[in-house]
Design a protein around this ligand. Sequence first.
Ligand code: ADP
Length: 316
Amino acid sequence: MKIAVLTSGGDAPGMNAAIRAVVRAGEVYGHEIFGVKDGYQGMIDDIMIPLNHQSVSGMLSLGGTFLGTSRAPEFLKEEVRQKAVDNLKNRGIEALIAIGGDGTYRGAMDLAKMGLKTIGLPGTIDNDIAGTDFTIGFHTAVETIVDAIDKLRDTSTSHQRCSIVEVMGRHCGDLALFAGICGGAEFIITPENPMNKEEIISKLKQHKKEGRRHAIIVITEKILNVYEFADEITQKSGFASRATVLGYIQRGGSPCPEDRILGSRMGAYAVELLNDGVYGVCVGVRDERMVHLPFSNVVGQSRPKNELYKLVKKVS
Ligand code: ADP
């Protein structure tokens, strides 16, 4: 079989491990693999390269995605998607493995309806995909955030300050939750765990009275303006506060072992699904095991509130 692989939407560390595994497992089973450049845009523009064992050598430790990624708004038009499907068919490619987030899955689901044998792999640092415990890139991003929190704590302690750290995640608080626990944050504010500003300010007043030398607040993006919140805390609690928005640093870096393993497992599993004639599904990991679900069960679905929130109450 000729199989195409692409990465789309926001990049994530470990995407290269997944592409590599698709290529290597594909070769084991006698398939021909093509890498589509820059996500769905490369499908529309017919820019694809044959990939073999050698072309993915040395990719495991590289961050980002060597195939490139993009946002291709044109792909929402059916006639544009049809052109992209025709481009694959003209090359004799009958299957596509699409690595990305919820938007990428929506595109892949549409392609599956148009007759392409499509498999989705969850590649996003946000961990905001239903049907999987973890997405490729999440663990590396947590490491990056924890490293930043540890450093911010040093300077916060020296100056007796409260540090507000804004992290990515869109509508999912997992990055803030996991990194907040690892970094010993006093407060973790996420879409799943909203917190009352007045309550935080009153607790910080108390901390100040007790002579505590630092406080860390980790918050998911898009909840409030962290710079204004820092000023408000400073004025109302007397605990001098500074906000740090970590931004795109969270997307970069060499993938950690968990993401290399997850990307490798998921890439190989996607090829095995195609071998078994299974497609129109996306791959996940549940309780350490590879699983797959129809796109319609996953796209647009939210994940249940994480069990770790119970731990936050005990250790923060
Ligand atoms: P992510 O995959 O990280 O969530 P985006 O939401 O930007 O990133 O989606 C990546 C790409 O997937 C978009 O640029 C677009 O090409 C495609 N896409 C997103 N939503 C749809 C949709 N509803 N139908 C078809 N394609 C879509």
